[in-house]
Design a protein. Sequence first.
Length: 167
Amino acid sequence: MDLKKLFNNNKAVSPVIGVVLMVAITVILAAAIGSSVFGQGPAKSAPQANIDIKAAGIVDGESEDATSVASLKFEHLGGDPILFDEDAVVTKVLIEIKGTSYEIDASDLGTLDIGSVKTIPITFTDNDGEEGDGEEGDREIKSGTPVKVKVIDVQTKQLICDKSVRF
């Protein structure tokens, strides 16, 4: 065996270098894509809470022309605290009556912690008549009226609670 021929034979060097370069480029691209995808951090999630919502009854208006006011009872059974604040809109409550959704004023709930039981009247929040512009008769809640109640986290736009209530 001639050692000069062995070291001077370069026929297999070019394909080996090509394969090594292709593997290196693939590893670098995979690392770049992986770091950009996994480096974004976890997505925010809505507070996780178990909330029981029940009809608290309908109170008739005191005068003849006053309308009756229905109330909802919220009970926090466990999970994260839910903040209902009028200054910083963090969580909103929507109700659906006869297929139409309305936002109600839930700022009286304050912060709903575990074990909290609070009752609020259903008062609609209109922005100069632009939202919830249905007739007053569409909003009237009578005994036996089914109402769907949704509690939504405003920051993440995720549903916290969805209950059907019958008055």
